[in-house]
Design a protein around this ligand. Structure first.
Ligand code: HEM
Length: 375
């Protein structure tokens, strides 16, 4: 995990985690989320422009949503420096690819230095590129601050990290690099899975697709959305129910892990201090004792009241390590779905093969082919 995510928020503990968590929470506060709306809308609009040539034809939503969420995380994490940010994330993707390829390979660091293989050399080159790019971005923001034509470092994730770096909150350049890497890795893939599985279920259940389209049209009509719609987005009640039911059936993150802090007993099972445990989101989200005999069915109405499933529904985790990007993920999904449903209806294509697979997240193995119809 550390090879892929670096030493950012997800993999850190103790005092370092507290500091990183504070910085990240600052960058994703709700007033900043509102400011992220134009960037999200621009990215969705660019995707929809491309869809014109697919009207009446098949399109792979899975691929589309991977590109979309990658665009959004670049724009929101790097704000005005988004173009450079995108290049950095492309390189982060390559690093993750190399790390995944070598995840089963055990090599001593000494040996790696002495006889580096092709992947070692490639990842060193990429690390160097990322480091230099982030340094350049930081330098440019400092110049802007110096010239007084900006409010400072900016309120995006990079700005928040930079401020901490300069204000001596004992955060290093390596921390900044690791954090950028973390946010891209965990923020992009999870959200594209959420959008993919929700769309899959909407394609299979046209009645629900129609219900939430109606909700969107009642709230926004067919006009373009803006950041002024921030509070109205919270009124998309049926859409929230559908997204929740989709994350119950297909949780993007399949489980969370914890270390037992002190000896304790859960039911008849004794858990000794220090033991690593895995809590399966997938299993609990499908448990008939919690959800009833219809646990396998898509029934968004079970989320009509907020208490459905109680603590057994935790797509974003639970406790102090709860997902820091939850607000951004829900905002992205609601904006993207609203804009799609304003223009299109979609059904599953006959070429779609249902084969969810676990690769860190829960993915549609062969893509998500749907047929698009302009309304
Ligand atoms: C549908 C989308 C998402 C899902 C399902 C999801 C799910 C999760 C889960 C299950 C955890 C572990 C929580 C725990 O251990 O209790 C987590 C942590 C985290 N998520 Fe998300 N996430 C999503 C989107 C995002 C986005 C968009 C970002 C940021 C841009 C993000 C950033 C993080 C970070 C930094 C952590 C680590 C928090 C910590 O350890 O303090 N996530 N997420």
């Amino acid at each position: 995990m550390k090879k892929m995510l670096g030493y950012g928020l997800v993999t850190s503990n103790g005092k370092k985690w507290v500091k990183q968590r504070k910085l990240a929470s600052r960058a994703f506060r709700s007033e900043y989320l509102k400011e992220m709306i134009p960037a999200i809308i621009d990215a969705v609009e660019a995707m929809l422009q491309k869809w014109v040539e697919y009207e009446g034809k098949e399109i792979d939503f899975f691929k589309e949503f991977c590109i979309l969420t990658s665009e959004i995380i670049s724009r929101t994490a790097f704000g005005s420096s988004y173009v450079e940010g995108k290049d950095i994330f492309i390189k982060v993707d390559e690093l993750i690819e190399i790390a995944a390829r070598n995840s089963q390979v055990v090599r001593l660091p000494f040996f790696r230095k002495l006889v580096p293989n092709q992947d070692d050399m490639e990842s060193d080159k990429i690390e160097q590129f990322i480091r230099e790019s982030i340094q350049n971005l930081m330098l440019r923001r400092e110049m802007r601050k110096y010239n007084g034509d900006d409010d400072g470092y900016g309120d995006d994730l990079l700005g928040s990290l930079m401020r901490a770096y300069r204000e001596n909150e004992s955060i290093s350049l390596d921390d900044i690099i690791d954090e950028c890497r973390t946010f891209y890795s965990v923020g992009q893939e999870t959200t594209s899975m959420m959008l993919s599985w929700t769309s899959f279920l909407l394609a299979l259940n046209p009645d629900w697709q129609e219900k939430i389209r109606l909700e969107v049209l009642q709230l926004f009509g067919d006009r373009s959305l803006t950041s002024e719609d921030f509070s109205t987005i919270a009124k998309l009640r049926k859409m929230t129910m559908v997204i929740n039911e989709s994350m119950r059936l297909y949780p993007p993150v399949l489980g969370i892990s914890r270390t037992v802090a002190q000896d304790c007993k859960v039911g008849n099972v004794l858990l000794p201090k220090g033991m690593q445990i895995q809590i399966s989101t997938l299993v609990l989200h499908h448990d008939r004792n919690i959800w009833g005999e219809d646990a396998q069915l898509f029934l968004p109405d079970r989320f009509a009241s907020n208490i459905s499933g109680g603590d057994a529904f935790f797509p974003f985790g639970i406790g102090p390590r709860l997902c820091v990007g939850q607000g951004l993920a829900m905002l992205e999904a609601k904006l993207a779905l609203s804009m799609i449903l304003q223009r299109y209806s979609f059904t599953l294509s006959p070429t779609y093969v249902h084969s969810p697979v676990s690769r860190l997240t829960c993915k549609p193995q062969h893509g998500l082919q749907v047929v698009l119809q302009r309304l």
